[in-house]
Design a protein around this ligand. Structure first.
Ligand SMILES: [Ca+2]
Ligand SMILES: [Ca+2]
Length: 104
């Protein structure tokens, strides 16, 4: 296959089952106390791992701001569904980076 344009990240985004699976796995990895939601400290570790691989450590303020944005039911924790919003956003950014890197 000479399909240079195939973008594996978009492939994940287009496959809802695969995406949900990925989200669940990443969520479980970071839900250290396994209470089904991510608190501030778990989010801090998550941001270091997922978002900031190319960057310095996220600041406390960045994590708090991100949590505020994601916490749609305002309970101070990030649920699986709230986390999925972040994952989709992150994957979309990565997909765009991939396209740019491939001159598309
Ligand atoms: Ca937790
Ligand atoms: Ca919440």
């Amino acid at each position: 296959m000479q399909d240079k344009k195939y973008n594996p990240i978009r492939g994940i985004l287009d496959n809802r089952v695969q995406l949900r699976d990925l989200v669940k796995k990443a969520f479980a990895q970071h839900d250290v106390d396994q209470n089904g939601k991510l608190d501030f400290h778990e989010m801090m570790v998550m941001m270091k791992n997922i978002l900031s691989s190319h960057k310095q450590e996220p600041s406390e303020l960045e994590v708090r701001n991100l949590m505020k944005q994601l916490d749609s039911n305002d309970d101070g924790y990030i649920s699986l569904d709230e986390f999925q919003v972040l994952m989709e956003h992150t994957l979309k950014m990565k997909a765009e980076q991939f396209d740019k890197a491939n001159g598309q």
